[in-house]
Structures are given as C-alpha cells and as structure tokens.
Design a protein around this ligand. Structure first.
Ligand code: SAM
Length: 340
C-alpha cells in the first residue's frame, strides 16, 4: 500500500524547501501542503515521495489530495464556446515549474484563462508562458508571461539539472532521444561541443559518459552564463571547459575524438572547423542540419563529404537519424560520420 509520506518544516523555511523538492523531483504532486499544530507550534507538512536527507519523514494522517482534472476541455467547457474549445492547445511543455504553451491566435483573448486552467492541472507549477516561436542565430525564444513572474527555473532531465530562464534561452524537449543517445557515448574521449547552449548535450555526456574532457563553446553570453551554472550544479567542472566565443574562431584544432555540431540553419558554415577539431588519426562528427524532405540525408551527407575532401580527409557515414519536424516539409536531421 502507498504511504502518504511528509516532512514537517517551520513555516518560514517552507518555500525554500518546497522549491528544492520540486527541483529534485521529490515533491509528491498529488497531495496538498497542510498547516498543522504540533507541540503548540505551527508547521507545514510537505508531501514527499521518498525519504529526504536531513529530515524525519512521517506517515501523514488525513492527506488532502488535489482534484484531478482530466483535460483543459474539462476545466473550460462550461465557460467557453464550442468553436473555442476545438482550438484549445492539446500539448505543452513543462520545464522545471514553468508551463510553456502555444496558443492559437484565434483564441488569444482566452490566454490568461487557459494559463490559470493549466495551473489547476499542475499545482506544483508556478508560471505559465506563451510560446511565440524561436528565431535568430542565438535560437532565442519569444515568450509572453501569462501567469506568475519567475521565468528562471531548474529542470531535471535524464538525472541532470538544467538551470534556465525560459524567456532568455531555448530548451528543446523535442530531441530527448538524441540527448539520451549522446549521454551514453564518449567515455575516455575528448569532445568538442561547438554549439553548447546551456549544456543540452555537454551536461548529460559529462554526467553519464564521463569523458576525459569536453570543450563546450557558446556564443550567446546569457546561455554561456547558464552553461557555467549548469556545470557547477551538476558538479562536472573537472570535465567541462566552457568557452564563450564564436566556434568559427574558438574551435580548437586536432584535439577531439568526437565533435558535436548541434545547431540548425547554418551548421554547414562551420563544417571546416568541426572537421579540423578532430584528431589527425580520426574521430566522429555528429552533424545536425535542417533539410528539406526531398534531400533529407543526401544534402547533409554531401556537405560532410565535400568538407572532408577540402581537408584532405575521408568521411564514412555511420548513421542518419530524423530528430523532429522543423517546419512544413523540413526535418531536423543528424548524420554521424567517421572522419579519417
Ligand atoms: C540550438 S542551441 C543548442 C541546441 C542544443 N544542442 C539542442 O539540440 O538542444 C544552439 C546554440 O548555438 C549557439 N550558437 C549559434 N551560433 C554560434 C557560434 N557561431 N558559435 C558558438 N555558438 C553558437 C546559440 O547561441 C545557441 O545557444
């Protein structure tokens, strides 16, 4: 039988402890926090899913459970029109304690109400932001705060912690499989991550594969700041060397067993630097590109092969993968190539 575990904390310390439990994934989201009186003092009982270091856990009497809403439609059907119901978002992303949702412009007048309804569905979340797309060289998100005020959060994924401000840097949840795949390779290697962002590939590789070294290059000073925070948060400072610079100039030469080129749009402009970063004896390139359906893998493959030839080297293609649909008729793909 499931026990309703709680920790008892003084009211003035509760918010910090609750946030920490959210960040570490130990808060029980199904039950409400309760105020109780114990030995004539008032405490908060915070529901948890496991024992918590530094606290005694108790079995809670009379737990109060959140009402479970099944869907946005369930919550809003009594108050909005049927044609508006059809336009409600069917999905959203949860990054730490922030909900990121795209809202059809036809129902933009309902955006605050939709945000409140989402918070009812996810009581442990504190902020809802509307996603208006990602653009530019830095892949900057355009986002509007609908409810709440804190846009900085800590997101846990694949046992790694990512500190991020969802209005300042992108966090792609669409390439979970690719990130998990990369986190398993690279042991004993030196790796160069040319477009490191806040550490989407660098952190899982450092935490799980534990390479000898990762040089993580990021141009945007704000993403670089979060990259440095994430290196500390995940305690991988002994492995990752962050570099704030343009990989066109900052990519090291001839040191890498593996090079990550996790960028889309103009990635091919940096292929010469990516290949030059690999050791003379050879290494593996993970090259990302947004390719039209008609040249899905042929265009990235020929770009890699041409760049290898320019460098007087050869490219053996190891594998090609589709990551996700980028726009109508265009896919984000990745090609792994052995460069010798
Ligand atoms: C799409 S994000 C990182 C994506 C991440 N690898 C993923 O797949 O989720 C790409 C990053 O490359 C950075 N960037 C763009 N051009 C760059 C350059 N020339 N040198 C270094 N970083 C660059 C952007 O600021 C951005 O943070």
């Amino acid at each position: 039988m499931k026990t309703n575990r709680i920790i008892r904390v003084p009211i003035n310390e509760a918010e910090g402890i609750r946030r920490n439990l959210v960040e570490t994934g130990k808060l029980d989201h199904e039950r409400k926090i309760k105020i109780i009186e114990y030995n004539s003092k008032r405490f908060l009982e915070i529901p948890v899913i496991c024992s918590i270091k530094g606290f005694r856990t108790y079995d809670q009497q009379e737990a109060i459970f959140y009402r479970k809403w099944r869907s946005l439609t369930d919550i809003l059907k009594a108050e909005i029109l049927d044609i508006e119901l059809e336009k409600l978002p069917s999905g959203w992303h949860i990054i730490g304690d922030i909900i990121v949702v795209s809202i059809d412009p036809c129902i933009a007048h309902l955006k605050k109400r939709i945000a409140q309804a989402l918070l009812c569905m996810y009581p442990s979340c504190n902020t809802v932001v509307r996603d208006l797309g990602i653009s530019g060289k830095f892949r900057l998100p355009e986002r509007e705060i609908l409810v709440g005020n804190s846009t900085e959060t800590i997101h846990k994924e694949n046992s790694c912690l990512f500190k991020i401000d969802v209005t300042k840097t992108m966090f792609s949840k669409g390439n979970l499989h690719e990130k998990a795949l990369m986190s398993r390779i690279g042991k004993h290697e030196t790796i160069v991550d040319m477009f490191a962002g806040i550490g989407y590939f660098t952190i899982p590789m450092a935490v799980h594969a534990k390479p000898v070294k990762i040089v993580a290059i990021e141009l945007n000073p704000q993403s670089y700041m979060y990259l440095k925070d994430n290196i500390s948060l995940n305690r991988v400072g002994n492995i990752v060397e962050p570099v704030n610079g343009d990989c066109a100039y900052a990519t090291p030469y001839g040191i890498a067993d593996r090079v990550m080129m996790g960028y889309v749009g103009t990635t091919h402009h940096y292929l010469d630097q990516g290949i030059a970063a690999l050791k003379k004896k050879g290494g593996v390139l993970h090259y990302h590109e947004t390719a039209p359906e008609c040249h899905l893998f042929s265009r990235p493959i020929s770009r890699i092969q041409e760049a290898a030839l320019r460098a007087g080297r050869n490219a053996d293609i190891i594998e090609c993968r589709k990551i996700k649909k980028y726009s109508p008729g265009v896919w984000h793909v990745v090609v792994d190539a052995h460069i010798i």
